[in-house]
Design a protein around this ligand. Structure first.
Ligand code: ASP
Length: 440
């Protein structure tokens, strides 16, 4: 009998009522023995996530401001949950944390360590509620100083820590560094912890519990009543998540992918809904749509480099990309023509570096023009079913033409798993709706 790893997101842990639902879900299946938790999220639109409050505390301390009002709000969140769940002793940890922090200069507490306490305290609380064993992620998950997972050490240590019977609760979002400190994953990184735990215990399924009915074909803020996707591959999921689909952190597929452990995205507020399954492979004929989803993001720029006879001169692309690398600017795509090359980058990557980078590129022998064109939104049209099938790109472009959206950039890799289009930011929502209507 395989075990199930369940990761619950912040909205599933926002208050005592939500945590009761978590308890019912876990109780409903004895295979659900490994529970990974986020920090409590928003209870309503105007609320703050505990993680954000902790970041605010650190920022206030860094600026020499009083952290007490914000930290009080964190403490109150846990105290209220603990009281409403009838748990005693929880406030002892908070007192301990408060002492710990107030006895230390706040600026000497690392930002990552402080943020990680959101998950740490939540896991303590949920472990007490579920009568489960608490295992600290800092004792079993190890990352290099650049944040990459130290796989063998992690899977061995975590496997041992979680080898007994009964239930375990593990805080998400953070790991230990070789130097002994704590390092957090990217935002939404408890999904990554869940995947690491699933791999370590060789789980049958990694269940990821959120507040949406699975991965949707498009952002529901743009397309009302967007359809849920029933089945995806890890690759399709990554394409959609990287370009903005928020239900799963895009790096979370890596640990389970290597062990072919399926991910099931489920809804804590509607546990019986089918959710979305994510597998290594899938039979595209199961899903009638060739395109499974469309996602996208604003905030990109194009660096346009013009040079007559560019393609005849060997190494032109290398020089441009090397310049980006030297200036620490990561690029996303690089579509080109015979006399020019365009490099697509996120706006935030260029901040403070643009002038020096352009100057650098301009110095390459025959470069005629180099300029930055901002205001680009990228849209990924994703689906395994489009591979080796004629007419899909025509449908994407036809739908955009009908909606009077001008396409500024097109990119498709030979894997044919997605078609990327770039449009001006103003057309972004219109373009997403047009493509959704065409394929839903
Ligand atoms: N609490 C962290 C965040 O807000 C990690 C997570 O929820 O997955 O990003």
């Amino acid at each position: 009998m395989g075990d199930i790893v369940c990761k619950f997101g912040g909205s599933s842990l926002a208050d005592a009522n939500q945590i009761r639902k978590v308890g019912e879900i876990v109780d409903a299946n004895p295979k659900r023995r490994f529970i990974v938790v986020s920090a409590p999220g928003k209870r309503h639109n105007k609320d703050d996530k505990v993680t954000n409050l902790l970041y605010q505390c650190h920022e206030a301390a860094r600026r020499g401001n009083d952290i007490t009002p914000t930290f009080r709000r964190v403490v109150e969140r846990y105290e209220t949950i603990a009281k409403n769940l009838g748990l005693c002793g929880v406030s002892e940890w908070l007192v301990e944390l408060h002492d710990h922090i107030s006895n230390m200069s706040f600026t000497r507490v690392s930002r990552d360590w402080l943020a990680s306490r959101g998950e740490y305290l939540c896991a303590k609380l949920v472990a007490a509620y579920l009568k489960a064993t608490f295992v600290d992620a800092g004792d079993g998950i190890f990352v290099e100083s650049d944040g990459s997972l130290i796989e063998e050490q992690t899977y061995n240590a975590l496997g041992k820590l979680l080898s007994g019977g009964g239930r375990y609760v593990i805080p998400g979002f953070y790991a230990a560094k070789p130097s002994g400190g704590i390092s957090t994953f990217a935002r939404g990184g408890s999904d990554i912890t869940g995947s690491i735990v699933a791999r370590a215990v060789k789980a049958e399924v990694y269940e990821n519990w959120t507040d949406v009915p699975g991965i949707l074909m498009a952002d529901p803020n743009i397309v009302k009543n967007a359809q849920p996707i029933l089945e995806l591959t890890y690759g399709e999921m990554r394409e959609l998540a990287y370009m903005g689909a928020t239900a799963l952190q895009h790096d979370a597929v890596f640990p389970v992918r290597e062990a072919s452990i399926p991910i099931h995205i489920c809804n804590t507020n509607d546990p019986k809904s089918p959710g979305t399954w994510i597998f290594r492979e899938r039979d595209p004929s199961h899903t009638p749509q060739v395109v499974v989803g469309v996602s996208g993001l604003k905030g990109y720029s194009v660096i346009l480099v013009k040079q007559p006879l560019m393609t005849q001169e060997g190494g032109h692309g290398l020089r441009v990309l090397e310049a980006l690398h030297r200036h620490g600017v990561r690029h996303e795509h690089a579509p080109s023509s015979i006399d020019s090359m365009s490099v697509i980058v996120k706006d935030e990557e260029l901040q403070g570096k643009e002038k020096a980078l352009l100057r650098d590129i301009q110095q390459f022998g025959a470069v005629e023009t180099v300029k930055v064109m901002p205001d680009l939104a990228l849209i990924a049209v994703v689906g395994l079913g489009m591979a080796h099938r004629a007419g899909i790109a025509a449908r994407v472009f036809g739908a955009l033409a009908k909606a009077r959206v001008n396409i500024r950039m097109i990119n498709q890799s030979a894997s044919e798993i997605n078609i990327m289009v770039g449009v001006v930011e103003e057309d972004f929502e219109k373009a997403i709706r047009a493509i959704y209507r065409e394929f839903a």
